[in-house]
Design a protein around this ligand. Structure first.
Ligand SMILES: Cc1ncc(COP(=O)(O)O)c(C=O)c1O
Length: 385
């Protein structure tokens, strides 16, 4: 493989951090997770960070907050291109999934189609910041305010992206992050929710661990501790899960944050190189950046004379050792699981269909990859007359 989809961000420091946890003989969520949460919240200027065992669980917590604390019901607007576990927690919490097409250039939810999709039962919008790229939040916030909708962000692919100077994942009521291997920072498995409101944070901390109140401050609005641990440690105040992260993941997370500037510098340098070769070509469209993207991957949609030739190109890339994948979930309506989900579709999914048929992506990462990108260009441009 000359060009993998993802590169490790780890060095010996991460292995040492894990070893330190092992030496304490305490593997379950504890002080290292707490420290990482604090550092993460500080880095993003957010009031609260709640770590969980994956980005999918982070989405699950946000949707459970809307159902159980906010008592919302009805449908939730999402882009039709996201990730499977963008959508499943919506269904798992009893909401209907309300699909909207994407913008053909940004590949994020088409903000001009949201208002037409709103029903009398719409209660929230959950945009996905796809591949490091922010959504058009000024328009989305305007719609939320006008129609009294809550906003939560699936930001699992976009750590470090900004919109009008604000980090994505901090713009709505809550935002999710993933630290899976291919992501900006890597904690083996891992995820985070950021939120401003302390009561929301307490609710999600309780839901993260059995619904108990043990990790909450003494004076939480959810439960006033009595000071009697025998009692306080076994109070169940929310209908929770067990989606706690391991202590090793927290320890690795803190180390990963010390590498953040280098990780982003490298990703942005790769982006410049990728753009120098692929921008403004009549035979492909690359993602239009909104705000400041953190460039999770490099995607393209074949266009002009290459439209319809994806199968041959994917075959050539794979033979050349260039790993590739479809663009996220593609048009999720075409996935077989849709038969089990309760959903609404408003309008045509034209842009999603185009990336479904003509899109793919290759990797970006914390390593300068000019040579692999050269090879990518060589293989694809060999199909151009
Ligand atoms: C948009 C989006 N949401 C959610 C997830 C789930 O994250 P995880 O793999 O950590 O469960 C992913 C995973 O890549 C994702 O891309």
């Amino acid at each position: 493989m000359i060009y993998p989809l993802a590169y490790s961000t780890w060095g010996k420091e991460e292995v040492e951090a894990i070893q330190k946890v092992i030496d304490t003989d305490m593997y379950t969520m504890g002080k290292h997770v707490k420290q990482f949460e604090q550092e993460f919240a500080n880095m993003f200027g957010s009031q609260n960070a709640i770590m969980v065992n994956s980005g999918s669980s982070a989405n699950l917590l946000m949707l459970s907050l809307l159902k159980w604390k906010y008592k919302l019901t009805g449908d939730i607007i999402v882009p039709v291109v996201g990730w499977a576990t963008t959508y499943f927690p919506i269904a798992q919490n009893g909401f209907k999934i309300n699909f909207v097409d994407i913008d053909p250039n940004t590949w994020n939810i088409d903000v001009n189609k949201i208002e037409d999709a709103i029903t009398p039962n719409t209660c929230a919008i959950m945009p996905v910041n796809l591949f490091g790229n922010s959504c058009e939040y000024s328009k989305i916030i305007e719609i939320c305010n006008k129609h009294n909708l809550l906003l939560i962000e699936d930001n699992c692919e976009s750590m470090g992206a900004k919109y009008n100077g604000l980090y994505t994942g901090t713009i709505g009521l809550a935002g999710s992050f993933s630290f899976f291997f291919s992501h900006h920072i890597q904690t083996m498995e891992g995820g985070m929710v950021l939120c401003t409101d302390d009561d929301d944070a307490d609710y999600m901390r309780s839901m993260r661990a059995h619904g108990w109140v043990r990790e909450l401050p003494d004076n939480s609005s959810l439960y006033q501790k009595t000071g009697n641990a025998f009692n306080d440690n076994f109070i169940f105040a929310t209908p929770g899960y067990n989606i706690r992260p391991l202590e090793m993941s927290g320890a690795v997370g803190s180390v990963q944050l010390t590498k953040w500037n280098n990780i982003m510098e490298t990703r942005l340098a790769n982006k410049e190189y990728f753009f120098s070769l692929f921008a403004n070509k009549p035979w492909c469209r690359i993602q239009k950046e909104i705000g400041e993207s953190s460039w999770f991957t490099f995607g393209m949609v074949l266009d002009g004379e290459l439209k319809g030739r994806r199968a041959e190109i994917i075959d050539a890339l794979s033979k050349a050792g260039i790993q590739n994948r479809p663009l996220a979930s593609r048009n999720f309506l075409k996935q077989p699981v849709m038969r089990d989900l309760d959903f609404i579709v408003s309008g045509q999914m034209t842009a999603a269909d185009d990336i479904h048929d003509n899109g793919f992506f290759v990797g970006n990462g914390s390593k300068i990859i000019n040579e692999p990108i050269d090879k990518l260009y060589e293989v694809i441009s060999s199909f151009v007359k």
